[in-house]
Design a protein around this ligand. Structure first.
Ligand code: MG
Length: 406
């Protein structure tokens, strides 16, 4: 696989190169307390990556208090030093050594404005980081979550975003790196749920640098990240309530053009895995004209204008089955074919639903309602008897998370 290597790895510092976050939290909490402000550790984790000044401005906004930011930051830095915050992160030395082995360059991109960083990092990771091209709080006007620090790293090294990897631990840093167009490896070394990093735009999530060390070579060997297509012109072949087909003339990153890429524009859809208080699944049977079959399905429908996905899901369940109530949660957001479809389907689980009324169907709907046990639903899935992929995906996920007990 070698020969198609990435050109650059950009490392966030705190929580990636340095095992420093617990000390930052200690220092921030105490420095702010001395200025009459109490903060929770979550606040520091969620806002990690911001410059000291941006962090203090945010606290001022949230508390309505005016702080002397240079005094707070000076005190925080003093406390951080006193508590010996600059420890190496376990596993990072191995990650850096592995990257060096492949001849790929590593730099640091941090929101920190500490003057002695070069010496500290050189001391911890001798000759492993290209510290002449590091990016600190002094290099850009706007810090993370803006992409500017990572764009500056690309500018300094001359590497294109498509050939750069970023290793980040914080949601704001992940967002900055993603928006700079880089492939983002998030390493969750803190207390936030993984979802905070996925939602910020992580391409993959690890749980420690030690876990990443034996895996990093595979990400170095992936070559360029594919770029986005640009649309040169666009027009509609048909625009009807149930079918809208758009023709785009697109330009690929390498300049090739395709004058005819078709996109089907449906509205966004919902579907519902509804489970009664007795643990039975609310299924429907109806005729499906595309395949010409009658089959089992779960409740599904279109999100109407002005509705949230959850409102649409609740309305559809009541209209199609007469069931309502229960505890609702979003299970999955998916797309039947991202290449040619522009809509999303929001899949919900409703636990503890009850029958409240009869059905209220449109004239095109001929739906019978069936209660199935978990085992029966599972056997339908295993036998490949559910053909609607947007329904089988969340149902399989449900059974992955809630395995049959017998
Ligand atoms: Mg960090």
């Amino acid at each position: 696989m070698q020969g198609n290597l990435k050109k650059l790895v950009m490392f966030d510092m705190d929580g990636v190169l340095l095992d420093s976050i617990p000390t930052h939290i200690l220092a921030w909490t105490q420095a702010l307390k001395e200025h009459g402000v109490d903060i929770e550790p979550d606040f520091i984790y969620l806002n990690e990556g911001r410059t000291g000044k941006d962090t203090i401005e945010l606290i001022e906004k949230q508390t309505g208090r005016k702080l002397d930011w240079t005094a707070v930051y000076r005190r925080k830095s003093e406390l951080f030093r006193r508590h010996g915050g600059n420890r190496p992160m376990t596993g990072t030395l191995e990650v850096l050594n592995e990257i060096k082995k492949y001849g790929v360059r590593s730099i640091v991109v941090t929101g920190s404005g500490h003057n002695g960083l070069k010496d500290i990092l050189e001391g911890l990771y001798p000759s492993l980081l290209d510290n002449n091209n590091m990016v600190t709080a002094y290099d850009t006007v706007r810090g993370k979550p803006y992409p500017d620090p990572y764009l500056e790293g690309l500018r300094k090294t001359g590497a294109p975003a498509a050939e750069a990897i970023v290793i980040e631990n914080a949601p704001l840093g992940v967002q900055a790196a993603h928006d700079a167009g880089c492939f983002v490896i998030a390493v969750n070394t803190g207390i936030l749920p993984d979802s905070a990093l996925w939602d910020a735009g992580a391409d993959i999530v690890f749980h420690s640098m030690a876990e990443l060390a034996p895996a990093i070579h595979r990400f170095l060997q992936t070559g360029s990240e594919p770029g986005l297509w640009k649309t040169k012109s666009s027009g509609y072949l048909i625009k009807r309530p149930w079918l809208t087909a758009r023709k785009d003339h697109v330009v690929l990153p390498d300049g090739h053009e395709n004058p005819e890429h078709w996109v089907i524009e449906y509205s966004n859809w919902v579907n519902v895995i509804a489970i009664t208080k007795e643990g039975e699944f609310v299924f429907e049977r109806q005729y499906r004209h595309g395949l010409g079959i009658v089959e089992y399905e779960i409740c599904a429908g279109v999100i109407e204008d002005g509705e949230t996905p959850l409102e649409a899901a609740k309305r559809e369940l009541l209209e199609e089955t007469g069931y309502c109530g229960g505890d609702w949660s979003l299970e999955m957001v998916t797309c039947q074919n991202p290449s040619v479809c522009s809509n999303l389907t929001y899949c919900f689980i409703a636990r503890g639903v009850e029958q409240a009324s009869g059905q209220k169907l449109d004239y095109t709907e001929d739906i019978s309602v069936h209660l199935l046990s978990a085992k029966e639903v599972h056997s339908l899935l295993k036998a490949d008897r559910l053909k609607q992929a947007l329904m089988t995906a969340p149902l399989w996920k449900y059974f992955a998370e809630n395995p049959l007990t017998e």
